[in-house]
Design a protein around this ligand. Structure first.
Ligand SMILES: [Zn+2]
Length: 441
């Protein structure tokens, strides 16, 4: 059977991954819990999402498949959700879905569609409710749900069930370590202790199989991206391509005492949210796209250090692109783009603007400047001989009529460029994960 949970966390601290890690440990009383709970990120552009827009799934092979035992499990999980969900937060609207084996085959495909839609598109609560109504009437003893407050969490709860039942997607892993509950505190608790040197070692030991542990992009000193702040029960998280890699990295870390830890199977770092857009006119708000265009205006840096420029597609549509201040050194690349450069763009479309996650420079335009020509004899730069008089070399007495056009060397080259790890969206695929072919194509 599987359990999908969503929307128990809040901006104040509680985190659904902790609840899932706790349930994965405690549900061992009911059956064999599969090695990796699922941590699935949904459409990052949804405005009413909780912090990370994550949904959690746990799969269990039950010891006892009787209806009584199923109900016992549901009530156990419900109590835990009630205990740990931050119901006081307006944005926290928990939902949980329980799907037992008898319904797996029939629900696999519709749940897969639901999962894909929740990652790339906008799903309303009504759609989740209708799905559950129909599934619960078809499988009265095999599909159950609970919801609290407006029940928005049912969307993610169903979506993660689709992810668990259709494991064919590009998966990555994240090791999460949790602080002792006494350290959570309402004001962030005592300062987190995670030794940065040990995180650098973890990164050096396991990269490129792990990523986004340290942000080296910060000018001052290496920044531990993998350590959250505030009230979050998470102490640190290591992301990587395999469970072995993230566990190996975690072993290097020197930190305060950990209450529990868990490796999650995730869709983080996979670009699952991106939709291919041929034309900019196909772009809809609250969706994320991969597209292509030609730079039509040079970037302008606006107040706050954000960079804005415009590109044009093959059909004559214009698109505003933004690289916000937190994207870091990425903006230095953006500022070097000139009209005529051809680029691939990835990002979320909001307020008529594509918020860039990464770009690929496909072709650089040639830029020329007019300069005094060189002397045809000695090769030295000539001087102006007066208005309309051409140019002459003092030494050789040669004369040249007009200025020379020379190519201005470009400071950037073709290839992929991405935002700083600190600014990366959970779903965005880091370049470190790209194969050689993907980097070229
Ligand atoms: Zn000369």
């Amino acid at each position: 059977m599987l359990i999908g949970i969503d929307d128990t966390d809040s901006n104040e601290g509680m985190c659904t991954t902790y609840l899932a890690a706790l349930l994965a440990d405690e549900l061992k009383a009911f059956g064999t819990v599969s090695d990796f709970p699922y941590l699935v990120r949904l459409n990052p552009s949804i405005p009413y999402k909780t912090r990370g827009n994550a949904a959690l799934g746990i799969e269990i092979s039950l010891f006892d498949e009787s209806l009584e035992s199923k109900k016992e499990l549901i009530s156990f999980a419900t109590n835990k959700i009630e205990e740990y969900a931050d119901l006081s937060c307006e944005k926290t609207n928990p939902g949980a879905v329980f799907i037992f084996d008898e319904a797996y085959v029939s629900l696999r495909r519709p749940l897969n569609d639901f999962f894909k839609k929740a990652v790339t598109d906008v799903v309303e609560i009504e759609e989740a409710a209708a799905f559950l109504k129909s599934a619960e009437s078809d499988f009265s003893n095999s599909v159950f749900h609970i919801s609290m407050k407006n029940g928005r969490g049912l969307i993610g709860a169903l979506a993660v069930c689709g992810a668990v039942l259709n494991p064919d997607w590009d998966a990555t892993y994240e090791y999460l370590a949790y602080r002792l509950p006494k350290n959570w505190g309402s004001n962030g608790g005592p300062k987190r202790f995670v030794e940065t040197e040990s995180l650098i070692l973890a990164d050096k030991t396991t990269a490129p199989e792990t990523w986004d542990t340290i942000d080296y992009d910060k000018k001052s000193k290496p920044f531990p991206v993998c350590v959250p702040g505030g009230n979050d029960p998470v102490l640190f998280g290591i992301r990587g391509d395999s469970s072995d890699a993230v566990l190996k990295a975690a072993k290097c870390v020197v930190s305060e005492e950990i209450e529990r830890s868990r490796v999650f199977k995730t869709n983080q770092g996979t670009d699952a949210h991106l939709i291919l857009a041929e034309s900019f006119s196909d772009m809809l708000p609250l969706h994320s796209y991969l597209s292509k265009g030609t730079v039509s205006s040079k970037s302008e840096t606006i107040e706050g250090g954000h960079d804005i420029f415009q590109i044009q597609d093959d059909y004559g549509n214009f698109l505003k692109c933004a690289a916000f201040e937190p994207t870091g050194d990425f903006r230095h690349i953006i500022r070097e783009l000139i009209p005529g450069d051809e680029i691939r763009v990835c990002g979320s479309f909001k307020n008529e603007t594509l918020n860039l996650e990464k770009i690929k420079i496909l072709k650089l335009a040639e830029e020329f400047e007019s300069v005094n020509p060189n002397c045809p004899i000695c090769g030295k730069k000539t001087e102006s001989a007066g208005v309309g008089q051409g140019f002459r070399c003092k030494k050789c007495k040669t004369k040249t009529e007009s200025k020379a056009e020379v190519l201005i060397p470009r400071k950037i080259s073709v290839g992929w460029y991405e935002v700083s790890p600190s600014a990366r969206r959970h779903l965005s695929k880091p370049l470190i994960r790209y194969s050689k072919d993907e980097l070229i194509s």
